[in-house]
Structure formats: C-alpha cells, structure tokens
Design a protein around this ligand. Structure first.
Ligand code: SF4
Ligand code: SF4
Ligand code: SF4
Length: 348
C-alpha cells in the first residue's frame, strides 16, 4: 500500500495500480476516449491528464502508476484547460454531423464536448475528407469521424486476437486501415464487430435496417442463443422490435461477441417465426395452445413407453439452448423417460 493525496485528501491505496484506477475507485470522474480496462494503456487521447506535484508536464493518468507520497490534482485550472484544448483539437479535425449522426446520444466525444463547453472546433482547415467505407456487410467506417483512439485496432489484436486492422501513416494522414482497404477476400476480418462495439464515436457503426436514436430504445439483458458459451448481451428494443445488439462485459464473454451474436438477430422479428405450437392433422399444421401440445406429447410418450419401453426414445438437443436448458433436457430423458439415449448437435 502507498499513501497518495488526491485533490487535497489523503488515501491509502494499492501500490500496483494507475492514477486513473485510483481516481475511479474514489468516484472521481476522469474523461477518457482511448482507455479500456481490458487493454494495455495507450495514452493516445490524453484527455485523462492530471497534475502531479513536482512534475512540470501534465501526466496521463491511465499510464501512470501511483507512488508513495504522490500529490495529484484531477480538476485544476491547468488540467481543465488542457482537456478543453484537446477536445477543441479533436473536434476541429472532425465532422459537424451530430444532428444526423446515428451515434448522437451515446457518443463520448459529444458528451465530453458538452461537459467541457466545446461548441465547435476553433482550428479551421483541419477537417478530413475521406470517402466512407461501407463495403463490409455488417458495418461502416467513416474516417472523418475517427479520433484515432486505437481502441478498434487494439481490441482486434489483443482481445479478438485476429489483428485484421491497423493504423497507417503519421500525423494528419493517420487512418485506420480496414479490412476493406486490403480487399475483403484477403482480409482476416471475421466480422465479429468487436471493433465497432468499442468505438467511442460514430466512426465504426453497425449497418442498421432501422434507424433509431439512443433514447428511443430500451436495453434488455439476455444470453446469446447461438451456442453454449453463454455470451451476455443487450438487445436494443424499439417499441416491440429488436433493432440491434450490444455486448456486455460479463464473465463468459468479457464484452466480446462473435458475428452471429452481434449481427444475426433479424430472425427474432422474422414473419416466418413460429409464435404458437403447431399440431399436424391430416397432413396439415394447425395452430394449437401449449396445453394441447403438451397433452399430445405426454400421451404419446406414455403410449410408446408402455408399448416399446424407455429405450425406444432418443433425445437430441441443441447448441442454441443454454447450458441450463440442456442440463434439464438430459435430466428429463434420464430421470423421467428412463433412457440414456441423449445427445447434442454440437457433438455430431
Ligand atoms: S461521432 Fe459524435 S461528435 Fe462526431 S458527429 Fe457523431 S455524435 Fe457528433
Ligand atoms: S470485425 Fe472483428 S475481426 Fe474484423 S476488424 Fe473488427 S474486431 Fe477485427
Ligand atoms: S475507428 Fe473508432 S475505435 Fe477505431 S481509432 Fe477511430 S475512433 Fe477509435
């Protein structure tokens, strides 16, 4: 443990953490654009700067480890001016599209500009003029909105472990090299969208069939139904319709999803989707209540068991069920029906 003074108050803190982690644990809000607690500190956006007594320059709190006796100011006049200047520079180099940008309402740059009173960029001639790349099936990249925080590149390399994108050039010409620049056929990109999920601004955006504002949707936490990993995610629901998916940082998936969990949700609203059980009569399916369907199933189970015994049954379950559902299924087959003839599609 070490003793540090933050904004005039002394604290004893762990000696192997950063100043940013200390401040966040104390409830002190420090703005960040490039920081992600799952990634190595990058110190690119520099918004997290703080004043440290005895140091001439402001220090980036995300990459600075605490030391015994450290005296830190997180919101001094010098710090606030530096953050305003950084936001001013970022916005000068950025489109003024907030009115029509789909990220509006959940954009970190917009939020910080509001908080720090940046109404427009005061450095003229710094706007970019790149074409928007929409050649990927699932998302678009607008380099004019990219603030070069590097989160997409680092997530793809450090967490997704694909390394499909990178930063190219230097200074004003710096830009994310996307899978599309390389030609989709040659790209290693698996379209998981994990880069899209961490973009703090509207540069990487999912392609949406339905446009919505962030405040129009409700988020419903659920488990992905595509395999047994159990990734946690939130369905974005507008009215009665699922219009998007976002990953959650949970034990099973740590804020990552694969392409199916992230983008293959339109089946939920598909018109062919069954909403009631169907019973086949005279070669034709007819809608039925759950009570009638269950009665038919249990009657048939009883009859077959009586006539042919328990081993006349075999149960095949699905990777689209949760582990808990699969457990219940095998339990029902073994304990209720009385057979070990149980298998799972993931084994075939
Ligand atoms: S990315 Fe953010 S700051 Fe940029 S136009 Fe969109 S909402 Fe505005
Ligand atoms: S979609 Fe996935 S694999 Fe492709 S660039 Fe983004 S993080 Fe990397
Ligand atoms: S595309 Fe988004 S996440 Fe990637 S560097 Fe640009 S702003 Fe950051």
């Amino acid at each position: 443990m070490v003793e540090v003074t933050v904004n005039g108050i002394k604290h004893r803190v762990d000696d192997n953490i950063t100043v940013l982690e200390v401040c966040r644990s104390l409830g002190i809000d420090i703005p960040t654009l490039c920081y992600d607690d799952r990634l190595e500190p990058y110190a690119a956006c520099r918004l997290c700067v703080v004043e440290v007594k005895g140091k001439h320059n402001l220090m980036t709190s995300c990459s600075l480890k605490v030391a015994d006796g450290m005296v830190i100011e997180t919101h001094s006049e010098k710090v606030m001016k530096a953050r305003r200047d950084i936001l001013d520079l970022l916005f000068s180099n950025h489109t003024d599209d907030c009115l029509t940008c789909e990220k509006s309402g959940s954009c970190r740059l917009q939020d910080y500009c509001f908080e720090y009173g940046i109404e427009k960029g005061s450095f003229f001639g710094a706007k970019k003029d790149y074409p928007i790349d929409d050649s990927n099936h699932f998302y678009t990249y607008d380099p004019n909105k990219c603030i070069l925080c590097g989160r997409c590149v680092r997530v793809c390399s450090e967490l997704q472990c694909t390394g499909a994108i990178g930063l190219e050039n230097r200074g004003f010409d710096t830009k994310v090299v996307t899978p599309f620049d390389m030609g989709l056929a040659k790209s290693k990109c698996v379209s998981c969208g994990n880069c899209v999920a961490v973009c703090p601004v509207g540069a990487l955006m999912p392609k949406r069939k339905e446009r919505f504002r962030n405040w129009e949707i409700k988020k419903v936490k659920t488990t992905c139904s595509y395999c047994g990993v159990g990734c946690q995610m939130e369905l974005l629901v507008k009215g009665e319709k699922v219009v998007g998916v976002e990953p959650i940082k949970a034990a099973a998936n740590g804020g990552l999803l694969c392409v199916k969990g992230r983008f293959a949700y339109p089946f939920i609203n598909h018109s062919d989707r069954l909403k009631t059980p169907l019973i086949k009569r005279d070669g034709k399916f007819e809608e039925a209540t759950w009570e009638k369907a269950y009665r038919l199933i249990t009657d048939k189970i009883d009859n077959i068991k009586e006539e042919h015994g328990s081993d006349a049954f075999a149960g095949l379950t699905s990777a689209r069920c949760t582990n808990e559902e699969n457990y219940l299924f095998q339990k029902m087959f073994r304990a209720v029906i009385g057979t070990n003839n149980v298998d799972h599609c993931a084994r075939l």
